[in-house]
Design a protein around this ligand. Structure first.
Ligand SMILES: [Zn+2]
Length: 330
């Protein structure tokens, strides 16, 4: 992902401040809501959250890192693809690759998004939301081929391990997929792992998989979606991502409000940066998307983006929110 320039952000600064003032005025109500969080979600959502195993999710993060850096086109990338595909197959019969190509100045890339579908049926569900909708849950599974933000110039052509930037979102979604096997979601859920998010030095060669997906929605078209990126940081801070808020303010605020209701403190009730990421092509395709991302991460695009910077607890915090939305709707 890439941080947006500051100029256009000033335009909405006033609106942001106004919004935050309103939120402070609302804080008394929110405190009551947090106390009642246990009553705010259904029994199924609570059970699903218990099934989610943060340590197991962290092991999935570690496993991806054991393959080494996983830039698109590398051997480790191919090995990781097989691992992710095989894991998802344990939890649903509906897993497919979405192959596509992308031509750069130096050649043609062969990429694969990995898609898995889950839905009602088989097990008892008690979701309260509309059952006809489809939710997209997304993360990117490739890692950046060069540590271009490393403080040491000699490291800037080395590939990053991507423990947080890549593996963390995938880890949460794979563990949630296991939860879906035990408690089928009451609405259709598409998990998509995007390829080629972090490939290029310019945005022309980034977000490749998500742009392809957004151009070919077809039967995968969701009603709304959540993107997870860089959600493993031990010091997790999750303000509202600004592109998400700009595109669909009510939707973004509803999700952060749910986090508040659940007492998930890392979700901060304030606007953060606008981050170019895989949600933007989908927003442009008309899909309400939020990007849950911790961009306050000193190791971003450095060779220090390693497992020790991440924690199971952070993965669990994000999973708790996602599970609540999947089972109870918005
Ligand atoms: Zn990145």
């Amino acid at each position: 992902m890439k941080k947006q320039g500051l100029v256009s952000l000033l335009v909405i600064l006033f609106c942001s401040v106004f919004s935050i003032v309103c939120k402070v005025a609302d804080s008394e109500n929110r405190n009551t809501e947090v106390k009642n969080a246990a009553d705010a979600i259904t029994a199924t959502a609570r059970q699903a959250n218990v099934i989610f195993n943060a340590q197991r999710a962290f092991t999935i993060l570690e496993k991806q890192c054991e393959f080494g850096p996983r830039p698109t086109g590398s051997v480790a990338h191919s090995e990781t693809q097989n691992y992710l595909f095989t894991e998802l197959q344990k939890y649903t019969n509906s897993v497919v690759l979405q192959p596509h190509t992308h031509t750069t100045e130096t050649g043609t890339l062969h990429l694969n998004n990995i898609l898995a579908e889950f839905g009602p049926g088989g097990a008892p569900v008690t979701g309260q939301g509309q059952n006809g909708e489809t939710i997209l849950l997304a993360a990117h599974w490739d890692t950046r081929p060069f540590a271009d933000h490393d403080p040491k110039p000699e490291n800037r052509d080395k590939p990053i391990l991507g423990a947080n930037d890549g593996a963390s979102g995938v880890a949460v979604l794979l563990e949630i997929a296991r939860v879906f096997k035990e408690y089928p979601p009451p609405r259709r859920v598409i998990i998509v792992l995007f390829d080629g998010e972090d490939y290029g030095r310019s945005t022309d060669n980034m977000f490749i998989g998500s742009r392809f997906f957004a151009r070919n929605l077809g039967k995968w078209k969701p009603d709304y979606g959540i993107l997870l990126d860089m959600v493993g940081d031990k010091d997790l801070t999750l303000p509202i991502e600004r592109y998400s808020w700009n595109a669909n303010r009510a939707f973004a605020e509803a999700i952060w409000h749910r986090a508040s209701t659940l007492g998930l403190a890392p979700f901060q009730q304030r606007l953060g940066n606008a981050i170019m990421d895989d949600h933007v092509p989908l927003i442009k395709a008309g899909i309400p998307m939020v990007n849950i991302i911790d961009f306050d991460y000193p190791y971003w695009h450095t060779i220090e983006d390693t497992v020790d910077k991440c924690s199971p607890k952070s993965l669990e915090v994000v999973a708790t929110l996602v599970i609540s939305i999947v089972y109870d709707g918005l």
